[in-house]
Design a protein around this ligand. Structure first.
Ligand code: EJD
Length: 402
């Protein structure tokens, strides 16, 4: 008896998910990826890619087979990122992952959400009122989607004012660097030493305010839950993962409403939908499009045998638009139940800050829903290209006050 050469039926693609065209509009690439099969070999990078919901969700749940500890970027960060020690959360698996994860789960949990709710609502009101006092036209990215997280999140972590302008460019480079060493990474490399030094400096105990997330991480070191060497790296995780992601999550929901006016009317009738709206926008846009896992053993997916050590691209954005899982996946629809989307990941690494992100979003949406009758796009929108993020550079908006 002979065995079939498994690669004979292996779906292959020569496309580049990190090319200019795909970053500008990833949807055609994603549809093609899903059609080719449950897992597709990407020739250009010698990696596998999953674009269907079922396989992405299953792989994210199976950290034993699809590990994070070898890095969640295309290349092995241990050799290629001298400017960034591996994250204790993102680039770790059990057992090492567990103590840092438990600490952040606690710090970013319900108690802090309650503590921040009122003061963030006041901040959102002031920001929106000041903005609208300037007239009905503004940039949804700079003036709102970036302005609000940059106003509330660094304070919540407890970092000083100085150098906050480094947060977005640092995150932008980290998220680019999960992808291949293309032009985006080359451009970012010019400032990476300066930016990582700036971010690292904000993570030490004496730089952090008394009551923020940062000093609570240090308190965990005092209790012995983590070591003193681990504390600054966990603060760094907040500063890396908590800014660009929420900025683009808010930009996504603003764009979704500006292009779906009936859904805006719906939200205004029923403001309690703000949370669903944000999750639906995260599903629809998937601000975090992709990251990688590494096979810990030979593993068969569909007809393809993925060899041990291979990188596998998890296409969150594609899974979130898979018609096998979602009815009319391309519609932004507040009547749908978006739960189960993989925009925050899935499994043990699922976004630990998602409650904070939802609080930021629902806080700003609640204020906007009160003040604004309609939102429209008033000029050319511009994408911001990033190897991992689906991001906006500019959303020129015009609103009508309520
Ligand atoms: C991330 C895809 C860190 C870190 C954690 C999570 C991310 C980035 C960095 C958010 C990845 O621990 O430094 S979405």
């Amino acid at each position: 008896m002979t065995t079939q050469p498994i690669t004979a039926t292996r779906p292959v693609s020569s496309a580049d998910p990190f090319s200019y065209d795909v970053l500008e509009d990833p949807l055609p690439f994603q549809a093609d990826l899903r059609e080719r099969g449950p897992v597709v070999y990407l020739e250009k990078y010698d990696v596998y890619a999953m674009g269907r919901y079922a396989e992405v969700q299953a792989a994210l749940t199976n950290w034993q087979t699809f590990q994070s500890a070898a890095g969640v970027g295309l290349s092995n960060f241990r050799y290629e990122k001298p400017w960034r020690q591996p994250s204790l959360l993102l680039e770790a698996d059990p057992p090492h992952h567990d103590a840092p994860r438990a600490i952040l789960t606690k710090i970013l949990g319900p108690r802090e959400i309650r503590r921040l709710t009122e003061s963030w609502a006041a901040d959102a009101t002031e920001l929106v009122d000041t903005l609208l006092a300037n007239g009905p036209e503004f940039d949804g990215v700079a003036d709102l989607a970036a302005a609000f997280p940059l106003r509330v999140f660094p304070d919540a972590v407890g970092i000083p004012q100085e150098g906050r302008e480094d947060l977005l460019p640092y995150g932008d480079h980290v998220f680019n660097a999960f992808g291949p060493p293309n032009e985006l990474v080359e451009k970012g490399a010019q400032r990476v030493a300066e930016l990582s030094a700036s971010i690292a400096a904000k993570c030490s105990r004496n730089e952090l305010s008394e009551d923020g997330f940062g000093s609570q991480i240090w308190a965990a070191a005092d209790r012995g839950d983590i070591t003193e060497a681990q504390a600054p790296l966990i603060v760094r995780s907040l500063l890396t993962a908590g800014v660009d992601t929420t900025v683009n999550g808010l930009a996504a929901v603003l764009y979704a409403f500006a292009t779906n006016p009936d859904q805006w009317r719906r939200l205004r009738q029923e403001p309690a939908l703000a949370r669903v709206a944000f999750d639906e926008a995260v599903r629809w846009e998937s601000p975090v499009q992709t990251f990688f896992r590494t096979a810990t053993r030979d593993v068969q997916v569909g007809t393809t045998l993925i060899p041990e050590g291979q990188k596998i691209l998890m296409f969150l954005g594609s899974a979130n638009r898979d018609p096998r899982r979602w009815v009319n996946p391309d519609l932004f629809d507040l009547n749908r139940d978006p739960s189960g989307h993989v925009g925050f990941g899935f499994g043990i690494h699922q976004c630990v800050g998602q409650h904070i992100a939802r609080l930021e979003a629902s806080t700003i949406l609640n204020v906007l829903a009160k003040r604004i009758r309609s939102i429209e796009i008033m000029g050319p929108t511009r994408r911001h290209h990033n190897n991992t993020l689906r991001a906006w550079e500019s959303l020129p908006l015009r609103v009508q006050l309520a």
